[in-house]
Design a protein around this ligand. Structure first.
Ligand code: UDP
Length: 372
């Protein structure tokens, strides 16, 4: 195995999308790294499709973890990353976000004396029902290098007295949008194939929402009664829950709901760009909606957000999970004529390059010095 100083670990769709700008920046400088996939998302349309679309090379090592139960999944990924670390001997493990893969990889690095860099550090929803909130907090306290997207994220980290060094870098997802919208416009056929008029784009998949039958029913009813059609690319977790509640047929037969399978990144970028507004419980989509080539208002279908910057800038509103509150907010938003800001609160599209430069010019030389 050839040794590289940096190992990049990913496991799910948003991690691939948000790590891609860092990997491309490394590639542009010819800086070598090892790319490891945990297998947490392994369906083609949640994983390999994004690697292909974003022009990344195939992972050097795939842990192929297929466990679904969260504890076993985290354990198996930890064991897998320990194996990968012993094989490739990196000095720095770079992870992004808040999934079980991120927590497990960070723990494996920590137990093996490898420094952890956390991209998108410092986000806090203060909603301890969310597994993602625990993962984020734990990883931020293991990491030696914290790449906070905003000053607000940095404040969260400072308040918690994290050990690591904090850099404010912006969020790489803005780079991804700016870089990929022109490619999507050249290559995606989704708009012509769906032949849509005005529509709302919606996604729901957070465990605390879709695992709660009452909340999932509220969403179905709100989508059915929305004043314009709702296009919903459905996450496999949500499909499973809808089937279990015997809502699957109803959703598919609804005249106002257009169900799609999870779509590729280019297709999704165009669905965001061309919609009237977005309703979502996704984290990444709250950020992408603020990217200059997209600029869409978002109704956050949750009771909290770890992205308050989007709300403060006027791009988003937390509307909760009750049918009436969703429909009321929808009506207001569709009638509103307030212009959205030109700039994203999550950065200017240069975050990947900044993070890569910090690693190449400052962090790796420092780690080498410590080791000698
Ligand atoms: N996304 C996609 N296709 C879809 C739905 C989402 O490409 O059908 C992308 C979206 O652009 C965003 C990311 O997936 O970059 C968000 O992933 P998800 O909502 O699963 O995770 P979260 O951001 O909530 O962690």
């Amino acid at each position: 195995m050839s040794r590289t100083e940096v190992m990049i670990g990913v496991g799910t769709r948003p991690e691939i999308i948000k790590m891609a700008p860092v990997m491309r920046a490394f590639d542009r400088c010819g800086f070598p790294y090892t790319f490891v996939h945990s297998g947490q998302h392994h369906d083609y349309n949640l994983s390999l499709q994004f690697i292909e679309e974003l022009g990344l090379r195939k992972p050097d090592y795939n842990l192929r973890v297929r466990e679904r139960a969260p504890g076993r999944q985290t354990g198996r990924i930890l064991i897998g990353f320990e194996r990968a670390i012993k094989m490739f001997k990196p000095s720095l493990l770079l992870v992004e976000g808040d999934t079980n893969s991120v927590l497990a990889a960070a723990l494996a690095a920590n137990k093996n004396g490898v420094a952890v860099g956390h991209v998108e550090a410092g986000l806090r929803s203060f909603d301890l029902r969310m597994p993602e909130e625990h993962n984020r907090r734990l990883v931020d306290h293991i990491a030696s290098y914290l790449f906070a997207p905003t000053e607000n994220a940095k404040r969260n980290l400072t308040r918690e007295n994290v050990w690591g060094r904090i850099y404010v870098t912006g969020n790489t997802v803005i780079d991804a949008c700016i870089e990929n919208i022109p490619i999507a416009e050249r290559t995606s056929k989704i708009m012509s194939s769906l032949n849509l008029g005005e529509y709302i784009l919606a996604t729901v998949h957070r465990a605390e929402n879709v695992d709660n039958p009452k909340v999932l029913r509220n969403f179905v009813e709100a989508f059915e009664e929305a004043p314009i059609p709702v296009v919903v690319p459905l996450h496999p977790r949500t499909v499973k829950r809808l089937k279990r509640l015997q809502l699957w047929k109803r959703v598919n037969n609804s005249r106002n709901i257009r169900v799609l399978p999870p779509v590729g990144y280019f297709d999704f970028l165009l669905l965001m760009k061309n919609c009237k507004l977005i309703m979502t419980d996704s984290g990444g989509i709250q950020e992408e909606a603020t990217a200059p080539p997209i600029r869409k208002f978002v109704l956050i279908l949750r009771i909290s957000t770890e992205r308050p910057e989007a709300v403060e800038a006027g791009f988003a509103k937390i509307v909760g999970v009750e049918k009436e509150s969703i429909l009321k907010a929808l009506d207001e938003a569709l009638r509103s004529e307030t212009a959205l800001p030109e700039r994203s609160p999550f950065g200017d599209g240069t975050s990947g390059k900044r993070i890569a430069n910090l690693i190449i010019e400052e962090i790796i030389p420092e780690l080498k010095k410590q080791a000698s």
